[in-house]
Design a binder for this molecule. Structure first.
Ligand code: PMP
Length: 425
């Protein structure tokens, strides 16, 4: 069925309402599942846009939210502070790579990257040696605000807004065998002395098509940025909280970013929250008796105490429960099943990084508007599985409570979907 009868005033994100069927209501969530209004369980194989890490409604996180809601609602975050934010900031500094000393709160992945861009430019500006350029990676995605769209891949997503986007320097994605070209491009851009920051998704470019590159390259990137005084901004909005096999993608190599962006799984997926961590040098560049050197950024819901309490509970879950073991178990389940797909001619580039598995559908056009995307989505929906291919890239990024049986369902559906789409092109 096409032509959504407009029964709701809601304008949904990334949705062409003219082409979508009427949306089912979700009435509850449980573990790896969404429950719809007909009582049907839908396997959330993409963790509701990559936010849910352990499971939907982890009891310890739900409980922390309930307790915090009895004491707090929003509290202004200038002039005052509160325990949930203080405790979370200290916990995050303990968990993240050395050198990150300050935590700035915001409320989405996009704002965490906007803040990073402003911190980087502000650092050089306040130090009296302004820099104006930002280097990003081809196929990168950092959000949907004007600043983060500017830092992301240009294309159908942002063509209409191109006149407002600022210019960035783009290094090529390091395709196997072409890594040196990426390193050379980075070095060449940084050599200008005008590059404030390299803004990059470590290990996996998510929305750009689950493109994976080796951790060793991150070390090389950092070597180059350090040489030229360029700040290294790690956008771990998607890759953090176990997705790539370790707590942070940065943990897979000796990487200490100058700025680190976290959101999504920071509350285990329960509430919106984001942080941008930075080094003491960046904070200190804004520390002054001159008020004009203040870091001028805020949003109304900065450091919402209930969201911070959820994140504190999430850190406790990471400390108290065998989360890394679960992450390894999910990774192993993917590995076993991907072997089978590797020999299936319907798929190309079968790949995995930790709990993320991805493959390209052979014989279909690339790009987000690939005609197979909506047909695949409809097929999966009918099967009771939430999978949203990125064009012809099918991927799974389940919550860590996912079982062997759940993943069997998902992988069987992927194989059948490929046959279905392949046979009806
Ligand atoms: N950075 C990365 C790497 C992301 O994957 C995303 C969201 N998918 C964002 C930033 C933006 O996050 P949000 O949608 O919460 O604004």
């Amino acid at each position: 069925m096409t032509g959504n009868p407009i029964r709701s005033p809601i304008w949904h994100p990334f949705t062409q309402h003219k082409l979508e069927p009427a949306f089912k209501k979700i009435v509850a969530t449980d573990g790896a599942y969404l429950i719809d209004e007909d009582g049907r369980s839908i396997l959330d194989a993409i963790s509701s846009w990559w936010v849910v890490t352990h499971r939907h409604r982890h009891p310890a996180i739900t409980n922390a939210i309930q307790l915090a809601a009895e004491r707090f609602d929003q509290v202004i975050f200038a002039e005052y502070t509160h325990d949930p934010a203080e405790e979370l900031a200290r916990g995050l500094i303990d968990l993240t790579p050395p050198g990150l000393a300050h935590v700035f709160y915001s409320d989405s992945g996009s704002t965490s990257v906007e803040v990073a861009l402003k911190m980087a430019l502000g650092f050089f500006h306040n130090n009296g040696a302004p820099r104006s350029r930002v280097v990003v990676m081809q196929h990168g995605y950092h959000g949907d605000t004007i600043g983060t769209m500017s830092a992301g891949e240009r294309g159908v997503f942002n063509a209409a807004y191109a006149p407002l986007l600022f210019d960035v320097d783009t290094i090529p994605f390091p395709e196997p065998g072409h890594e040196q070209e990426t390193l050379d491009a980075l070095e060449q851009f940084c050599r200008s002395g005008d590059v404030a920051a390299l803004v990059i998704e470590p290990l996996v470019l998510g929305a750009g098509g689950m493109k994976i590159y080796p951790a060793q390259l991150l070390v090389e990137f950092q070597r180059i940025t350090r040489r030229f005084g360029t700040l290294f901004v790690a956008d771990e909005v998607m890759t953090a909280w176990g997705r790539t096999g370790t707590l942070l993608a940065c943990d897979q190599c000796d990487l200490s970013p100058d700025i680190l962006c976290l959101s999504k799984g920071i509350t285990g997926g329960a509430l919106p929250l984001a942080v941008t961590l930075c080094t003491a040098e960046i904070f200190d560049a804004h520390l002054s008796e001159e008020r004009r050197r203040t870091f001028f950024h805020s949003s109304s819901y900065t450091a919402n105490p209930i969201a911070c309490a959820a994140a504190v509970a999430n850190l406790d879950v990471w400390r108290a429960e065998p989360v890394e073991e679960r992450v390894r178990a999910v990774a192993a389940m993917h590995r076993d099943r991907l072997v089978r797909l590797q020999s299936n001619p319907r798929f190309r580039n079968v790949r995995q990084q930790g709990t993320i598995a991805a493959l390209d559908l052979a014989g279909s056009s690339d790009g987000y508007l690939s005609e197979v995307g909506p047909r695949l989505r409809a097929f999966f929906r009918q099967r009771g599985i939430l999978i949203r291919p990125l064009g012809n890239v099918i991927y799974l990024m389940p919550p860590y409570c996912v079982t062997e049986e759940d993943l069997d369902l998902a992988y069987d559906a992927i194989e059948e979907a490929a046959d279905f789409v392949g046979n009806t092109v």
